[in-house]
Design a protein around this ligand. Structure first.
Ligand SMILES: Cc1ncc(C[n+]2csc(CCOP(=O)(O)OP(=O)(O)O)c2C)c(N)n1
Length: 284
């Protein structure tokens, strides 16, 4: 259970992740802003409270792994990593430029703190389950966290992974679905309706929960409950808004990948700063 102050710290962290996300995308003028902003709260809970890691030693043996299978949300992950000291904040201004260490999609070979390369939807799911199985076979206590998109669930590979992870009783695997109800060109309902995601995973033998994906307390409690599971993997379906935190983009189909001009950046930062100021408590 988070204290009120800790919850406020996570909310502030989440807002800072969002602000750095729009700054980094604006530095190149275009990028996947919608699906990056929708995972800021879960990233804040993971990097702010739930994951074990050492920024000065990204490959530390005792770390928990994070696989962001919706690899196009890279800018939000980079913002969280920079804010936690994995690399200098200035690097965020090099997003997707020639020779950068921060490509638009997550790349293990280039970025300190990225455990698995992702971008081809579905593949990160299998890689995460493979890593979890390897850690389990080695008798290690490290956990693997996995973030999937709701549109990504259209990939059959995700369901193959769901079967596999339950078969191997991978209780060290905790997956999230960023259920923001949008994919590239429409709602998930229009493109390929998913039905009850929690029930689907449950029927595969997973421990499944569903929470408000912008409520850091609820996400944190759900992760605690997932960590307490033995003999089965966990999924936490996050009810989110694509583009959360920036009303010009929030919930809009065109917000998957879009241009961000200097005026857009000013607008987004002003709205986010206002939300940050409203959180209250001590600034961290
Ligand atoms: C295998 C594969 N097919 C297609 C794409 C192109 N693509 C990139 S993002 C995206 C939509 C993903 O939707 P969702 O998982 O809901 O992501 P979010 O809306 O949260 O950004 C698609 C189809 C891809 N990256 N990989």
């Amino acid at each position: 259970m988070l204290t009120g102050q800790k919850a406020r710290e996570l909310l502030q962290f989440s807002k800072c992740i969002q602000m750095e996300t729009v700054r980094t995308i604006a530095s190149i003028g275009v990028g996947h802003v919608g699906g990056a902003l929708s995972i800021a709260d879960v990233l804040a809970v993971l990097y702010g409270n739930q994951m074990r890691y050492r920024p000065e030693c990204p490959d530390w043996d005792g770390r928990d792994w994070l696989v962001v299978s919706k690899g196009h949300a890279g800018p939000a992950v980079y913002a969280a990593l920079a804010l936690k000291g994995f690399f200098p904040m200035e690097l965020l201004q090099t997003l997707n430029r020639l020779g950068t260490r921060l490509p638009s999609h997550c790349d293990h070979r280039l970025t300190p703190g990225i455990d698995i390369t992702t971008g081809s939807l579905g593949q990160g799911a299998s890689a995460a389950a493979g890593a979890a199985l390897a850690l389990q076979m080695d008798g290690k206590e490290n956990r693997v966290f996995l973030i999937l998109g709701d549109g990504e669930l259209d990939e059959g590979q995700v369901w193959e992974m769901a079967l596999f992870a339950a078969h191997w009783k991978l209780s060290n695997l905790i997956a999230f679905v960023d259920n923001n109800h949008l994919q590239i060109d429409g709602t998930t309902e229009e493109v390929c309706a998913l039905g009850d995601i929690t029930e689907k995973f449950r029927s595969f033998g997973w421990y499944a929960q569903s929470v408000d994906g912008h409520d850091v307390q609820a996400i944190d409690r759900a992760v605690d409950a997932a960590k307490a599971q033995a003999g089965r993997p966990s999924v936490i379906v996050l009810d989110t808004v694509k583009g959360h935190g920036w009303s010009a983009v929030a919930g809009k189909v065109g917000g998957h990948s879009r241009n961000i001009s200097f005026a857009d950046l000013k607008d987004a930062l002003a709205e986010m700063q206002q939300a940050l100021d409203a959180i209250g408590g001590e600034t961290v």
